[in-house]
Design a protein around this ligand. Structure first.
Ligand SMILES: Cc1cc2nc3c(=O)[nH]c(=O)nc-3n(C[C@H](O)[C@H](O)[C@H](O)COP(=O)(O)OP(=O)(O)OC[C@H]3O[C@@H](n4cnc5c(N)ncnc54)[C@H](O)[C@@H]3O)c2cc1C
Length: 412
């Protein structure tokens, strides 16, 4: 099979670059092995929320000079970043999702543990606040589902109380969810969201409305709307005060929704999505990648003019660490790893860990190299890249999206 562009990895990065290639009329395929970081998504895209441990609110893109020279944002530059990231709300909206936020000023999102963290874009139904302003409520009803263990109202109460918001905590139940309670492992947000449609939403809304008495707003775990906004809208229309959501521990309902929505947009644009398959290697000729091989297709190669590799970091298995080495398993791409195992980490758990910044090294166009030679028709994007610590910087999705769009713009 032959394509204009083949994308390896179907997480946020791979899907967004593939969408842009397909939109430009390219015959595009995505080969995707399995779950991505989106399945753990908070409902917010981070851009740059922290520098040296201090939160960044105003003009995050004006702070690029404080990042290391090999940081992906520095390679792209402020002007081009604005242009590329400016496309993201449109892509999200084309996929059927609603986000709020601005490139000029971070807002604060409420984490499941009750902290407020800077974020760039947050899904419309999820709790977020303008920074430096009082919270809009005096009293909030924190409403959990009876026997659901992945939502922590006490932490949220603690966080909100510090900001002057009084909270009530209650658990509600509807018989439609009883079937999941037969096994404790089934009481998951994604499982509940499959049941919570139509009349089950109405029953839940009636219980939530009772629990909301006297409150300015309700905050609930994100257990609705895995396939569309309809159950969320239905519940909101039946509760007498505004209802907001906080993400839960994985699997994340907004994350699965985002993954499926982006995948469906790619397919609507004519893209070929090959799920559950793993690229195991490729054939190179004169510094160009000619074809790749996958586990499922065996000897049948996939050929393309250009390739994008978006296989993620350690979490996505884009990087592998064993006792002796860290390596990129598909093509053996060059990495920025220095030293032996004891230099990969610091004993202080909370310190900035060196391994978090490991990844594939590239030229200024995000083309990686093998044994020092740039591969001319291969682009690396997203969490696979070297030179940043997404956790410490609060920059994961911004880098992922910017590099994905940069690669797509180089090819279209
Ligand atoms: C648990 C977790 C939660 C996060 N939450 C947030 C958040 O809420 N907000 C935020 O801004 N950032 C978050 N981040 C940062 C995150 O890294 C980025 O936001 C982004 O989602 C990374 O996307 P990616 O596509 O580069 O990698 P991944 O999401 O890791 O996707 C890589 C994909 O490639 C596939 N793959 C790997 N190897 C192969 C192969 N050989 N062949 C085919 N497919 C392959 C994997 O199965 C996976 O589907 C989070 C990161 C992690 C690890």
């Amino acid at each position: 099979m032959r394509f204009d562009t083949i994308v390896i990895g179907g997480g946020l990065s791979g899907l967004v670059s593939a969408i842009e290639c397909a939109r430009a009329g390219q015959k595009t395929a995505v080969v995707s092995a399995g779950q991505s970081a989106l399945h753990f998504w908070s409902g917010s895209f981070e851009l740059l929320g922290n520098i040296d441990g201090r939160p960044v609110i105003d003009n995050p893109l004006g702070r690029l000079g404080e990042l290391s020279e090999d940081h992906p944002y520095r390679k792209i530059g402020e002007e081009k970043l604005r242009e590329l990231l400016g496309k993201v709300p449109g892509i999200i909206s084309d996929a059927g999702l609603k986000c709020t936020g601005s490139l000029d000023r971070n807002h604060l999102r409420l984490t499941p543990l009750g902290f407020l963290k800077p974020a760039w874009l947050t899904l419309g139904d999820y709790v977020s606040f303008a920074a430096d302003q009082p919270l809009p409520w005096k009293k909030v009803a924190l409403v959990n589902i009876y026997s659901y263990l992945d939502f922590y109202p006490r932490f949220l109460e603690y966080g909100l109380k510090k900001r002057g918001v009084e909270c009530t905590i209650s658990n509600v139940n509807i018989p439609q969810l009883d079937t999941l309670r037969k096994s404790t492992t089934e009481m998951r947000a994604t499982n509940m969201s499959r049941i919570l449609t139509d009349s089950a939403v109405d029953a839940l809304a009636a219980e939530v409305d009772k629990a909301a008495k006297g409150a300015d707003a309700v905050i609930m775990p994100a257990i609705l709307g895995i396939y569309s906004d309809a159950p969320v809208e239905r519940l909101r229309n039946r509760v007498s005060v505004p209802v907001w959501f906080v993400p839960t521990t994985p699997a994340s309902v907004p994350g699965v929704r985002c993954q499926l929505s982006l995948r469906d947009l790619f397919i609507r644009l004519g893209g070929e999505f090959l799920p559950g398959d793993t690229v195991k290697g490729g054939y190179f000729e004169k510094n160009r990648l000619r074809r790749i091989h996958t586990v499922n297709l065996g000897e049948m190669p996939l050929e393309a003019d250009n390739f994008i590799i978006s296989t993620g970091s350690f979490f996505g298995h884009g990087l592998i660490a064993d006792m002796e080495r860290i390596y990129e398993p598909v093509f053996g791409l060059d990495l920025n790893v220095t030293g032996g195992r004891t230099e990969w980490y610091r004993k202080d758990f909370y310190a900035s860990q060196p391994y978090m910044s490991y990844g594939v090294v590239t030229d200024s166009c995000f083309r990686p190299s093998r044994k020092g030679e740039t591969v001319e028709n291969l682009y690396a994007t997203g969490a696979l890249l070297a030179g940043f610590n997404a956790l410490k910087e609060g920059s994961g999705a911004g880098i992922t999206l910017a590099t994905a769009l940069h690669a797509a713009s180089s090819l279209t």
